[in-house]
Design a protein around this ligand. Structure first.
Ligand code: ATP
Ligand code: MG
Length: 579
């Protein structure tokens, strides 16, 4: 079912230069505006269930819900669909608010489905009184067995035609602390033969005794999502109820409940009833990832990851901790677009969007991740020089910071070769390279331990070649980054790989535990970062020059610096994996 969409950057650039076409959702909204529907009013909502953290899939819905409200001068409210207290809590509510703000969106009002519990209760009573609902005392398993299949009709519950009075009394009993969970449910009396399975006497209420995060122990039975969601939209005056494709078959059910509501209110014959127009678009799915909250919960509960904000998680808090910018996420969502077809979106495209944005934002610093000592033998022992380092060469008005140069430096082990091939433009005896922001140096040799491991490299510097000096620009092929041994700090660097080892874990029949990439976290405790980088905190975008984009971790302290690798400078992953 899933089609992999590999949008290349070339295509993306082309899209950027052409006038952007509007999405099919916007087209439908513009039609409604042109027809004068709702008096030109646009009201959307983002309706999360507070039973987990938001992930990048939610961001796609958020960008649409808030995006169209902004574009058409409407309002987008938040509504927490909090109908299942056994899975919901305030921690989730708080974090959802934080993540939406971080993405850069502003909501109008904050509503809760629990605001409507009273109204929904009254409506349920009306449904029973008018023979549209009944209390079923069968177990969940028995009810499931009677559902039938899309091509064979279901079987009526033995309780379907019980007296209205009996259902009324039992429904009230369902809402008492004595009612046993699972002993009864309220079901709509619709059509057990309907080809749309959602019409086969769907459950409206079930008994739950877990206290609710807002209403406490006031209620003992709660409406199902399907008996709350559509009506909540209607109560709030939502004009466009935008959601994902799996809700297509729910749409007629939501409409039917609104028909009943209107009958209850005596407005059944009012044609223009301003009911929400539901529009469905395709979900976002990322390669090597899962979006199901149930599976994400499992990863957290089983401690495969350190928490919801583990930098490998597809959650917004995980991506924030890893160093993704909100703009890069929004740009990515913009580039994949909204369609009516499910797709699998390439993680590499998201990473390309991250690189593109961080290139503009990140402060360039020096960090050596696999250090080997470099001694500048002709540089005075007690001398130091503060060199100017440009924070961001992509910015014409970039600020600068100081990086201290001295006799004893650290450079990357991979930047030296004793017997180098001709095309090796880094450090090798007899050849010159430039040390970034400092001098041109000529390598003179190296020292090894008894096992033949290189433990020190020596070089001589040319005092006339300081960066920025007149005449300093003689051509050398390589420029290396470095840190001064006495002007750097030790740091731990965490590198992340894909969370799953298969491209589409959701479509794989094996248990998803088997599909996890057991090597998705690599910890390197042997790094040095220049002093200036050590002052950078979580939330500040960094580029470790020649290596990639990084951000201080939330747990980083001055005594124990920790940096997360956000993404490499180039997409080396596709190459390694022969894509
Ligand atoms: P679950 O994983 O338990 O099915 P959910 O991800 O649907 O839950 P909700 O809190 O109900 O969680 O989602 C809120 C809104 O976000 C819904 O309108 C839903 O359509 C949208 N949404 C959720 N996942 C995605 C996704 N992968 N792509 C686009 N929109 C999504
Ligand atoms: Mg959902």
């Amino acid at each position: 079912m899933h089609k992999i969409i590999y949008t290349t950057m070339a295509v993306k650039e082309k899209e950027n230069t052409e006038e952007k076409s509007i999405s099919f959702v916007e087209q439908l909204i513009e039609e409604d505006l042109a027809a004068g529907k709702n008096g030109g009013r646009i009201q959307t909502r983002f309706p999360p269930e507070p039973n987990g953290y938001l992930h990048i899939g939610h961001a796609k819905a958020i960008c649409m819900d808030f995006g169209v409200a902004e574009k058409y001068n409407g309002v987008c409210n938040l509504r927490f669909d909090d109908t299942n207290p056994s899975k919901e809590n305030n921690e989730y509510v708080e974090n959802i608010l934080h993540d939406i703000s971080w993405l850069g969106f502003k909501w109008g009002n904050i509503y809760y489905a629990s605001d409507y519990f009273e109204k929904l209760w009254d409506f349920a009573i009306w449904m029973i009184e008018n023979d549209h609902a009944y209390v079923d005392e069968q177990s969940a398993e028995e009810i499931a067995k009677q559902k039938g299949t899309p091509t064979t009709p279901g079987t009526d519950s033995p309780y379907r035609n019980r007296p209205i009075e009996e259902s009324l009394q039992l429904f009230k009993q369902m809402n008492t602390p004595e009612a046993k969970e699972g002993s009864m449910v309220l079901r709509a009396k619709l059509d057990m033969a309907n080809p749309n399975m959602h019409f086969r006497d769907p459950i409206m209420y079930r008994i739950i005794h877990t206290p609710h995060h807002r209403t406490g122990t006031k209620w003992n039975c709660y409406p199902m999502y399907d008996f709350a969601h559509g009506q909540s939209d209607y109560f709030e005056g939502v004009t466009h109820s935008i959601c994902t494709l799996e809700f297509v078959p729910h749409r007629p059910l939501y409409n039917l409940f609104i028909d009943f509501l209107k009958e209850k209110d005596g407005s059944a014959d009012v044609l223009d009833d301003n009911r929400p127009r539901q529009i469905e678009f395709n979900r976002l799915n990322l390669t090597y990832n899962v979006m199901s909250k149930r599976k994400l919960h499992t990863l957290v509960d089983e401690k495969f990851v350190s928490g919801w904000d583990d930098p490998r998680m597809p959650t917004l808090c995980g991506m924030r901790r890893r160093g993704y910018s909100p703009e890069s996420i929004r740009n990515f969502i913009d580039s994949i677009g909204y369609t009516k077809f499910d797709a699998l979106n390439d993680m590499a495209l998201l990473e390309a969007a991250v690189r593109e944005d961080l290139n503009k934002k990140a402060t360039r610093v020096s960090a050596v991740l696999d250090p080997v000592k470099l001694v500048i033998t002709n540089y005075p022992e007690d001398q130091t020089e503060d060199m100017d380092a440009i924070d961001n060469p992509e910015d014409e008005n970039s600020t600068t910071h100081k990086i201290t140069f001295s006799k004893n430096l650290w450079i990357e082990r991979a930047d030296f070769m004793e017997d180098a091939p001709k095309k090796f433009f880094r450090m090798t005896p007899g050849k010159e390279v430039r040390l970034k922001n400092a001098y041109i140096v000529m390598c003179t040799g190296c020292t090894k331990d008894e096992n033949g491991n290189i433990i020190e490299i020596q070089a001589e510097y040319d005092p006339e070649s300081k960066s920025g000096m007149a005449g300093a620009n003689r051509k050398v092929k390589g420029t290396l980054h470095w840190v001064s041994a006495d002007h750097c700090k030790p740091a731990e660097v965490r590198e992340y790989d894909r969370l799953f080892s298969v491209e589409n874990p959701s479509a794989d029949e094996r248990d998803f535990h088997e599909l996890l990439n057991q090597n998705s976290l690599k910890i390197n405790k042997n790094c040095f970062v220049e002093d200036y980088a050590a002052t950078k905190k979580a939330g500040e975008y960094l580029q470790f020059q020649r290596t990639g984009y990084f951000m201080a971790d939330l747990d980083s302290t001055p005594e124990h610096l920790i940096f997360n690798k956000t993404v490499g400078l180039k997409d080396t992953w596709a190459k390694q994996n022969n894509k």
